[in-house]
Design a protein around this ligand. Structure first.
Ligand code: HEM
Length: 496
């Protein structure tokens, strides 16, 4: 019998047993679409699962049962149910499900993002919040951020000095973020040639891509071993490249330690490791797992948020103009924006919130039930995967008027914020597993958006009209624009 038939027979037996064992549990499950044997509802998901979940929820409700392969799944699509999962029962739903990509890329889910809930995750998260992402540490990198943003502005200014040039804004913002993150985490910019022959950006993109691909091993756990899609092999190759890179960085730091220099994240973690003061095991593997998180979680999220906000500003010239007027009044045309200006830039705050609402860069977040629990009268069994569809919640017409429109003014007089207290707007998620770097994320997004809008007027190339700008999404662990944003800058500050 060929391997494929053996697999079909095994999957069928497991499925029949599974269905028999689950008959009585299904009685109290939330409503959901009809599924297929074995596949469950996997066939209903296309290239943008957050859209498919949203459409299905319109028919089946805000708490919906689906079975993805062998994995029982609850899809959450309303503010109320999200609050129950992320606040009321956060202690039950704080686990992360098994993730094949996380297993291979992050040292057996030893990083924070993929770590199972428990003492290990708690210690690692505490290390981050108490040593790496404190307000003091974030402030200590303020001049680094300013220098890097100024370098980008100067280079755009010089390129456009004599003729109108079309700039790949998505690419510029991505490079700027990669540079700011690498300087903060490793203490130096990483050029493509420092990585393997594919280059830093290409390897990072592959990490994000492989982590987002529908991996059959995540839905049929025993198929992970057989590796029908060839993903395990690619993940193993990639993890080797990443590991060599991180080893090289740590070695460089060990060899050239200078107590008088400002400390990047690697220095800080080496200090902690060598002090031996941690109450839990903390060695090179743990440093590498945290570094993996810092690169993967920081670079793409911030850059993609900025890219979407700039796209909406170019689609809505009157909003861009209004923001420029605020910047002119608060900052003036004689200088660039400083982080200390933020407290007086209310419209900027609304623009950023509205951009993050309309374009969730992490549209779906996942949890796993650690115990049986009843939510809204429905039974959620231990081990069930929870998918919170932030995309659907942030565009819910019951909560937001004209939800598909970009309207920063909707936040006038509203106290709704992005920091995890308002469940209708959670770009950084909420609860125990929310983003530990909200403060840093917001600073970077505000700074780059404000600086680009303040320093330049922007035009679309080739007589393109604002309404023609493409909003196609590319789904991934971070959901970016399918096409890069191209625009022509004209410097607008008074030259000094
Ligand atoms: C605009 C920028 C950012 C956005 C929108 C964002 C969003 C998020 C979201 C939605 C989560 C929860 C994921 C989940 O529940 O599966 C998360 C987790 C996380 N983020 Fe961020 N993030 C941003 C910036 C950053 C930065 C700059 C860092 C680090 C320097 C970072 C580090 C992390 C880590 C370590 C976690 C895992 C937390 C845990 O599981 O306990 N993020 N982020």
């Amino acid at each position: 019998m060929s391997l494929i038939w053996e697999v079909v027979v095994v999957v069928t037996i497991v499925y029949v047993l599974y269905e028999l064992l689950n008959i009585h549990n299904r009685k109290k499950l939330p409503p959901g679409p009809r599924g297929l044997p074995i596949l469950g509802h996997l066939h209903l998901l296309g290239k943008n699962p957050h859209h498919d979940f949203q459409n299905l929820a319109k028919k089946h409700g805000p708490i919906m049962y689906m079975r993805l392969g062998l994995v029982p799944t609850i899809v959450v699509s309303s503010t109320d149910v999200a609050e129950k999962i992320l606040k009321t029962y956060d202690h039950i739903f704080a686990n992360k499900p098994h993730n094949e990509a996380g297993h291979y890329l992050a040292y057996g889910q030893k990083n924070i993002i993929f770590a199972k809930y428990g003492p290990y995750w708690r210690n690692m998260r505490k290390l981050c919040t108490q040593h790496l992402l404190t307000n003091q540490k974030i402030n200590s990198f303020q001049s680094l951020r300013r220098q890097q943003v100024e370098l980008m502005i100067k280079s755009l200014q010089n390129e456009g000095r004599d003729n109108r040039v079309v700039v790949d804004l998505s690419e510029r913002v991505a490079s700027l973020n990669a540079n700011m993150t690498c300087l903060m985490v490793f203490g130096k910019k990483y050029m493509d040639e420092d990585f393997d022959k594919r280059g830093f950006k290409a390897v990072l993109q592959e990490v994000v891509h492989l982590a987002a691909i529908t991996n059959l091993g995540d839905f049929f756990p025993f198929l992970g071993v057989i590796d029908l899609q060839g993903l395990t092999r690619r993940l193993k190759d990639l993890s080797k490249v990443f590991d060599e890179f991180l080893e090289k960085i740590i070695n460089e730091h060990v060899e050239s330690r200078d107590e008088n220099q400002s400390k990047d994240f690697v220095d800080t973690m080496l200090d902690i490791m060598q002090s031996g003061k941690m109450e839990f095991q903390f060695d090179r593997i743990h440093i590498k797992a945290v570094l993996f998180d810092m690169i993967v979680a920081a670079i793409d999220t911030s850059a993609t948020s900025i890219d979407w906000i700039l796209t909406e500003l170019l689609r809505h010239p009157h909003v861009m103009k209004k923001l420029q007027i605020e910047l002119e009044q608060v900052v003036g045309l004689e200088r660039m924006v400083k982080e200390s200006d933020f407290e007086n830039l209310n419209y900027l705050d609304m623009v950023v919130k509205e951009g993050m609402r309309l374009h969730s860069v992490v549209p779906v977040t996942q949890r796993e039930a650690m115990e049986d629990c009843v939510v809204d009268g429905f039974n959620i069994r231990k081990g069930t995967r929870i998918m919170i569809n932030h995309y659907a919640i942030q565009r819910d017409p019951n909560v937001w008027s004209e939800p598909e429109k970009f309207l920063p003014e909707r936040f006038i007089g509203s106290s709704v914020d992005v920091r995890g207290r308002d469940f209708q707007l959670l770009p950084f998620n909420s609860g125990r597993r929310s983003c530990p770097a909200i403060q840093l994320g917001i600073i970077i997004v505000r700074l780059v958006v404000a600086q680009l809008v303040h320093c330049f007027d922007w035009e679309l190339p080739n007589d393109m009209q604002p309404c023609d700008l493409d909003l196609e999404e590319h789904f991934g662990i971070v959901t970016s624009k399918e096409k890069h944003l191209m625009a022509i800058p004209t410097y607008r500050l008074n030259e000094q």
